[in-house]
Design a protein around this ligand. Structure first.
Ligand code: DAH
Length: 357
């Protein structure tokens, strides 16, 4: 046994590579290996002899086996070491500027709007993009026969025959989040709800999916004056101008009474929009005082509380602020377009550091 030990330990430590070690393993410990055969002889020994030979042989087997394992690990480590020497990467090199990603103008404007209203004490609420027709229409005072349902070019979800669930639609506006927020948080309440909305429409200023941000404030002494102030603050901050004139134009929405569309004073000089000066007016959003039926649908006592609400097209104000002529380009994923109109991923919009740089 001492001869076997010396022989194999010597061979193992002299082995030049992993394959040689494997050959040695087969030679010593394989089915017909030298040590394995010795172990088979144990059966033929008398019990006394077996008592000493058995444990000794087992110890030998263990010793040779662990020498083999250790040597194999050493070869594997050396091979890895060798590979790492050729596959290294200099992480101190500057990044490749041409590969840099940008923030999409819609994400940018979404963040800008959120920053402005957060500063006025509004929190952010979200709702599902697949809505029941109750949240999208009925709760907003748009009953089944109302023309607004047809005007919205609604996408209806497929329903199997006999499906008992309420009809679902892809939400046509963010207004249903008003109802969900009132249900969830009650009054008083101040939320904005940015999100994706869907309508079957496609041309230079319409895409089947686009973005809106809804605003809702509910309290016991809310008036149109509060709405006007909030929107003025918003427009000044968003277009980054010191002053701007707003014009409220009487309008109609089923979910507000009274309703107003809001225009801002502007000029178009050689196709370039300037906000806050000039003789033109630009329509930017719809708004009004929340209809009592809508407050009631949200579970709020309309005798005690009032609210104002507004809805803005994120894509629309992004086009205006950043001079983007075609809405469809937003969703083409053309890298040249994204590089031209995109924003640095390191600049977080904020009222202190600046909204857009
Ligand atoms: N939901 C309207 C739309 O999609 C926009 C809107 C108008 C929202 C007036 C409002 C509002 O909250 O008060 O066209």
């Amino acid at each position: 046994m001492d001869d076997l030990r010396e022989k194999y330990l010597g061979l193992i430590s002299d082995a030049a590579d992993e394959a040689t070690v494997e050959d040695l393993r087969v030679q010593a410990l394989g089915k017909k290996g030298e040590i394995s055969l010795k172990m088979r002889e144990l059966g033929k020994m008398d019990p006394e002899e077996r008592k000493t030979a058995g444990p000794a042989l087992n110890a030998l087997k263990e010793e040779v086996n662990s020498a083999i394992m250790a040597r194999k690990t050493a070869f594997a480590d050396a091979a890895l070491e060798e590979r790492l020497k050729t596959e290294w990467l200099d992480i101190t090199l500057p990044s490749r500027p041409e590969r840099r990603g940008t923030i999409h103008p819609i994400s940018q404007v979404w963040e800008e709007v959120t920053a402005i209203f957060a500063d006025m004490g509004f929190s952010v609420a979200e709702g599902p993009q697949i809505e029941t027709d109750w949240y999208n229409f009925d709760a907003l005072n748009i009953p089944g026969h109302h023309p607004a349902r047809a005007e919205m070019d609604t996408f209806y979800m497929h329903r199997a025959e006999g499906d008992e669930r309420p009809p679902h639609v892809l939400r046509t506006h963010t207004s249903p989040v008003q109802i969900r927020s009132m249900e969830k948080m009650g009054a008083p309440l101040r939320v904005i709800c940015p999100g994706r909305v869907y309508r079957a429409d496609y041309d230079q200023t319409h895409t089947p999916m686009f973005h809106q941000v809804e605003g809702l404030a509910v309290d016991t002494e809310i008036s149109m004056a509060n709405l006007k102030w909030c929107l003025e603050e918003f427009v000044k901050a968003f277009f980054e101008v010191d002053d701007v004139e707003l014009r409220f134009r009487a309008s109609h929405f089923p979910f507000t009474e009274p309703s107003a569309e809001v225009d801002i004073r502007c000029s178009w000089d050689k196709g370039q929009l300037k906000v806050g000066e000039g003789d033109d007016w630009l329509e930017i959003l719809g708004s009004g005082m929340v209809h009592p039926k809508v407050l009631a649908a949200g579970g709020i006592d309309a005798e005690k509380y009032q609210g104002f609400a507004f809805g803005v097209g994120i894509d629309r104000i992004a086009m205006l602020k950043y001079g983007i002529p075609d809405l469809r380009a937003f969703f083409d994923s053309d890298l040249r377009w994204l590089r031209h109109y995109g924003f640095s991923s390191l600049d977080q919009p904020g009222l202190v550091g600046g909204l857009s740089r």
